[in-house]
Ligand binder design. Sequence first.
Ligand code: ASP
Ligand code: MG
Length: 481
Amino acid sequence: MKIVMKFGGTSVADGKRIRNVARLAKRFSQGNELVVVCSAMDDLTDHLIALTEDAKAGSEKAVEERLVAIRQDHASALKEAVRSPEVAAKVKKKLAETFDQLEKLALGSTILRELTPRSRDGILSCGERLSNPIVWGALLDQGMDSVYMTGGECGIMTDDKFGDAAPLMEVTSYQVKETLGPLLAAGKTPVVTGYIGATQAGEITTFGRGGSDLTATVIASSIGADEVWIWSDVDGLMTADPKTVPEARVLSEVSYAEAGEMAVFGAKALHPRTLEPVAEKDIPVRFKNTFKPEFPGTVVKSDPKAYARNIVKSVALVKNVAIITLTGASMVGRPGSAARIFDIVAKSGTNILMISQSVSESNISMVVNRPAMQRAVNALELSMMGPGGLRHVNYEDDVSAVAVVGGGMRGAKGIAAKVFGAVASNGINVRMIAQGSSEQNISFVVHESDAKDAVRAVHKAFHLDRLNSGQRRAAHPRTEE
Ligand code: ASP
Ligand code: MG
């Protein structure tokens, strides 16, 4: 089989775990062609983001302290992951190149107190450009024949939307196949940095948070892989977050659409565009736990097994959101008012998670991430000043959203009644409801303090705690960014 394996930040969080990754890679490389894609170590990307903030504030001391810490963490990971001095020397050389660039970018922007999106991506890309060479070293140390390269070197070409770049699939597919094909045929295992690509001009871009998943699926689609394996520290996609619902269970199979809905609603932090490249080609994506490699995990594919009785597959809680409601008779029967409202919100740079409008048309509600709420409200209020303006902008920032997901809901009757019946019988008031016409998701908003109870009530109503009685629940209920 041809497999692309992606290891998340917690799987490469230190030297010992990197050795474990190398052992897994070695084991699964027997009889398979393997490409390895890794994230930055642990939460390094968060630290790099903090570093860019310090740089913009001109805090030289803070920036320097961060750089020292990053150096130390990687030096000790390398020491632990790679035993052979020759291999360690090769890795060190790669790391030194990246450190050098990181330092120049960080100190440069600290002096200027300014950071372009392009230099920001230069800095953020360093996480993956520091972890992957160590993984490469660990593979060599295990006696594997391995080659290290960045996403750009591998052939992943993107547009120049720094911070949220999209791969240009046609060129990328061609180039990636050209680069990796001969290496795989020669029995080598390429290690490719997740999260990053390069523009046509060769400038480094990043895909946005969690982008290493996307790297893996882009490569898989390009080389025509048989499967993608996404390794992290959880057992797979689950019926709910086990921190909220201790009875949550691992789903053995879900569809691309279901997994996509779950990703958007945070069941597992998955880059939202991850599944696109593989869904088109029907390449299955398997979620596995690095700490329990024998556990089958979850497979995402086009024809997942339907669970008897269980039309709903998962219930997710989206915290830290807010509702904005617009009211005003001027919206009634006036085509274009919704477009205008959403345009204003979009121009304020705010992403909308949910929308609902009643038939009376006299109000429109939307759910946005809480930190973005004020920005959107300000923009809407400003627009009220003009002619034909809106009447009122109200907001509530003490709410959470609950998303109920399952492909089996499509065309099934009584699902909404069951969902809201369960919520109501727990005495919980529902503030807003939305269902996409894909019918694979029902979302609703409740008061923050009721949110966990609402999730538990729905989970129970659909007997999700009894799903797959063969599969145990996650032993490491920590989700990874
Ligand atoms: N390191 C990046 C992040 O934390 C990309 C990834 O982990 O997938 O967002
Ligand atoms: Mg990460």
